[in-house]
Design a protein around this ligand. Structure first.
Ligand SMILES: Nc1ncnc2c1ncn2[C@@H]1O[C@H](COP(=O)(O)OP(=O)(O)OP(=O)(O)O)[C@@H](O)[C@H]1O
Ligand code: NI
Length: 335
């Protein structure tokens, strides 16, 4: 174990104590109402804390509710969404705050966002440089004469090449738009950063560089929620890992235990790791359920080799896992 690992393990332990939390989410639930009275259970009963200086990676298959969870924290859900639960950020309940408070004091200032589709968040008629300088002006109060240098420094942090700063959004590749979005999100130095797939479209070297920059942000005492499909990136920077399946958190574990020995406890989380090319390269059979038509019991049971009759009941989330027969628990929890 290196000193770095020891530090991270300590941080993971301290984050489990709610009083140290910068962000404290309880029972976060999001429903989308559809025409005809149907509803999509996008996020159900999410509970987690995030401490200053800590990075929590949120992983899970496409459509499991990761981005909806992040949007809920920022008050950015569409009109057909209904949200319940609480999300305390340093005393403010983000789910109860009005739009004015969120717009003036939260977005960009207390919570930075690297959005999942960065190109859609850039203004078409303005160059990357103009976006960066405007954000520097709005969030840091840097004087006019110093904004150009500050914008260039922000680009550099996110590995955005200086030679492309005068491009417009439509002239950017996906990877460049991604780096522009990361540069913009880092400018405000917000206490909480939500990074939704910040490494999409980047090659391995740039993934590592971006992940390391985000880690540095956490190491300067900021909290980082890293939403990612890239388990290698999660392993590189996360202190803890949260796994979502069909809108629910099914496992929350220290990263060293999750990626090392003894490994994940939830069969789904184990399946995610086993699907990696560098591991067994065996995909999880089947598909996730429709969020508008979830089963009564464990949503993963139809795909789970360990499922029994007990799984017709939904498992409670206990000791970091929601499963009737988790790995690493001899004589597993009885139903
Ligand atoms: N406005 C909406 N109305 C209805 N359903 C929606 C709406 N927005 C999202 N959803 C649904 O909510 C679920 C969760 O979506 P979300 O974008 O959070 O998934 P994700 O885990 O971020 O996936 P990905 O990894 O592909 O980004 C999906 O089933 C999606 O179809
Ligand atoms: Ni998403």
């Amino acid at each position: 174990m290196t000193a770095d690992h020891v530090l991270r393990a300590l941080r993971a332990v301290s984050a489990e104590r709610a009083e140290d939390a910068l962000l404290s989410v309880r029972g976060l639930t999001v429903r989308f109402r559809l025409r005809g009275g149907r509803e999509v259970a996008a996020v159900t009963d999410a509970d987690f804390d995030l401490a200053a200086g800590e990075c929590l990676a949120l992983v899970g298959e496409s459509g499991c509710g990761k981005s909806v969870l992040a949007s809920a924290l920022l008050g950015l859900l569409p009109g057909n969404a209904e949200t319940s639960g609480s999300a305390l950020l340093d005393g403010t309940d983000l789910l109860a705050a009005d739009e004015k408070t969120l717009a003036r004091t939260v977005r960009g200032r207390r919570i930075g966002l690297v959005p999942q589709s960065p190109a859609a968040h850039l203004t078409p008629v303005r160059t990357v440089r103009a976006h960066l300088e405007e954000t520097v002006r709005a969030l840091t109060g840097t004087r006019r004469g110093e904004r150009r240098a500050a914008a260039e420094a922000a680009a550099e942090r996110a590995a955005f090449p200086a030679g492309h700063l005068d491009r417009h959004p439509h002239e950017l590749s996906g990877g460049l738009a991604q780096r522009a979005a990361t540069a913009l999100a880092l400018i405000g130095d917000a206490p909480l950063l939500l990074a939704d797939e910040p490494t999409t479209g980047l090659d391995r070297a740039l993934v590592d560089r971006t992940a390391d920059e985000l880690r540095r942000h956490a190491d300067r005492g900021k909290a980082l929620l890293l939403i990612t499909h890239d388990l290698a990136a999660a392993r590189r920077v996360a202190d803890r890992v949260a796994v979502m399946y069909a809108g629910r958190m099914v496992e929350l574990a220290p990263a060293d235990r999750f990626f090392g020995a003894p490994g994940p406890r939830h069969p789904y989380a184990r399946g995610l790791l086993d699907a990696l090319p560098e591991r067994e390269f065996t995909p999880i059979p089947g598909f996730p359920p429709e969020l508008s038509d979830l089963p009564e019991g464990c949503a993963f049971a139809p795909r789970c080799a360990r499922a029994t009759e007990a799984c017709a009941q939904r498992p409670a989330f206990r000791a970091g896992v929601a499963c009737h027969h988790p790995h690493g628990a001899p004589g597993a929890v009885r139903a």
